[in-house]
Design a protein around this ligand. Structure first.
Ligand SMILES: [Zn+2]
Length: 81
């Protein structure tokens, strides 16, 4: 799993996963999102979240990146008759 989510705005699809994060002395997170590492924003949330409260807040680009970067884990299947 890639890191936690950070809120840029309260709009749909604008909660991103951080490619890099820098915490200021007063506790704000400066985020460069996975979907656009050239952009820097100050997260609205003071604590990173593991899962956004609403599914539609997740950025589709960051969500897709998270799925493509997931480490391969072999599945163990059982055959039941
Ligand atoms: Zn994103």
């Amino acid at each position: 799993m890639i890191g936690p989510w950070f809120v840029r705005t309260v709009g749909d699809g604008d909660t991103h996963r951080a490619r890099t994060e820098h915490w200021t002395a007063d506790g704000r997170a400066q985020i460069r999102p996975i979907c656009d590492p050239t952009t820097l924003f100050t997260a609205l949330n003071r604590e990173p979240v593991a899962v956004p409260y609403y599914d539609d807040h997740r950025c589709p680009g960051c969500l897709a990146a998270a799925h493509t970067r997931a480490p391969y884990r072999p599945r163990h299947l059982a055959l039941v008759r």
